[in-house]
Design a protein around this ligand. Structure first.
Ligand SMILES: [Zn+2]
Length: 428
């Protein structure tokens, strides 16, 4: 099994089963409903764990929630803790509805304060960090490897400062970053520390949470490509600066693009995971994610989602017909062993007509429910066809009436491009 590693810019073999394989995948900062792009690292982490376990690995997935962060204080002045709590509940609910189960550990920064403070104390003792005016900063000049992951060495590491790193007169070097921040007027949460009341910086939270659950060295650290610098560069500086080996390889997933632009809250071009689930259903959404290689950007548009819906439907159709001994496991496994190539694995599964084999393949991705697909009753199919005809002659009143009748019977109509132009799915 080999995976692309950002640190070495090449494919690297995993140790042989049973490993163990510890995986730490950075989760979202919780200050609103997660956007559909936030689901990608979650989905990839859960699928990879599922595949590794099938291969005989002992795999553990840690996926954190950043519930202390400048963005949260800014989003809800005076009530950041309440917002973080609410947004965490939304995240559990929305990712839960993907039907992939849960990671092994889902730590929150606010529940890891003693470990965070202890790690900062160690860094200060080693001279790699220094307190200044109630803050504590990491001394980048003491870590010669700084910039190796992102290949931003020397001057380049000054560009694109972290969105949460404001310049501070207390820093000895502009590259230095905050491990601990003194409590500021208006912030509703703080913790006591050897440096006074305050709260942790974003990067140290992940160094501490990863070590708490996976120990000082583990195989895979994942997260979105936008986290390479400075977040992951700083995690490496902190953990290696404290003498830990830390992550052995780095797996960065490509971003979701909404009409060609990176999807992000700050750009405002955001579709929430909730909205995506409600519009398309979990099966279509998962097939959509399968269709993109984890390292590449993935476009999000109605058209691409329509195609995913049609693909999900074609799997259901295989189970509506009789099983034929067509298909082999091997090319499917080969695709996944080679940098976890899910689009290739998806293409292989489309060739399968053997029900047991297809069910086993779909199960790796939480899609075994496609095997249990029931065909809609014939009379509803007939109503749906009548509705399509009504729409064609632009009799929208009649079309709406038929849709309501179908929904009343517990089924939802989705318009798709593939013949016959609609799809009937049971109401969830
Ligand atoms: Zn992180």
């Amino acid at each position: 099994m080999r995976l692309y590693d950002t640190a070495t810019r090449g494919l690297r073999e995993l140790p042989p089963p049973p490993g163990p394989i510890g995986m730490y995948v950075c989760g979202p900062t919780v200050y609103g409903r997660a956007h559909v792009g936030n689901a990608r690292p979650f989905v990839i982490g859960m699928w990879l764990r599922s595949w590794l376990r099938l291969r005989g690995y002992e795999a553990t997935l840690v996926h954190n929630l950043t519930d202390i962060n400048d963005k949260i204080y800014a989003a809800a002045p005076g009530r950041s803790a309440e917002l973080a709590e609410q947004a965490s509940a939304w995240y559990f609910e929305d990712t839960g509805d993907l039907g992939l189960g849960r990671p092994d550990h889902e730590p929150k920064a606010s529940e890891t304060i003693p470990e965070i403070v202890a790690l900062i104390e160690e860094l200060v003792e080693r001279g790699v960090a220094y307190p200044a005016g109630g803050d504590v900063y990491y001394r980048v000049s003491r870590f010669p490897e700084y910039g190796v992951l992102s290949r931003r060495l020397g001057e380049a590491s000054l560009r694109n400062p972290s969105e949460e790193e404001e310049p501070s007169a207390l820093k000895q070097d502009p590259r230095d970053f905050a491990l601990w921040k003194a409590h500021k007027e208006g912030e509703d949460t703080w913790w006591d520390s050897p440096w006074g009341r305050g709260r942790p910086g974003w990067h140290i939270e992940c160094s501490a949470m990863a070590e708490k659950f996976l120990g000082p060295v583990f195989e895979i650290h994942g997260g979105g490509l936008d986290l390479v610098f400075p977040h992951h560069e700083n995690e490496i500086a902190q953990s290696r600066g404290a003498g830990r080996e830390f992550a052995r390889r780095w797996m960065h997933n490509g971003m979701l693009r909404f009409v060609g632009e990176k999807m992000s809250k700050s750009l405002g071009n955001v579709v929430s995971l909730r909205e995506a689930l409600d519009t398309w259903g979990r099966e279509t959404l998962l097939v959509y994610f399968l269709g993109g290689h984890w390292r590449k950007p993935l476009d999000y548009s109605d058209e691409v989602l329509e195609q995913a819906a049609a693909q999900a439907e074609s799997f259901r159709n295989v189970f509506r017909q009789s099983s034929e001994p067509i298909g082999e496991w091997e090319p499917f496994a080969t695709a996944l062993e080679d940098d976890f190539n899910t689009p290739e694995a998806l293409a292989v599964m489309h060739g399968w007509r053997d029900h047991d084999l297809l069910r086993r393949g779909l199960e790796v991705f939480g899609l075994e429910s496609l095997a249990a697909s029931e065909a809609a009753p014939a009379e509803l199919e007939k109503l749906a066809r009548k509705r399509a005809e009504a729409r064609e002659r632009r009799d929208f009143d009649e079309a709406d009436r038929l849709r309501e009748q179908i929904e009343g019977a517990g089924w939802v109509i989705r318009d798709v491009e593939a013949e016959p132009g609609f799809q009937l799915v049971p109401k969830r």
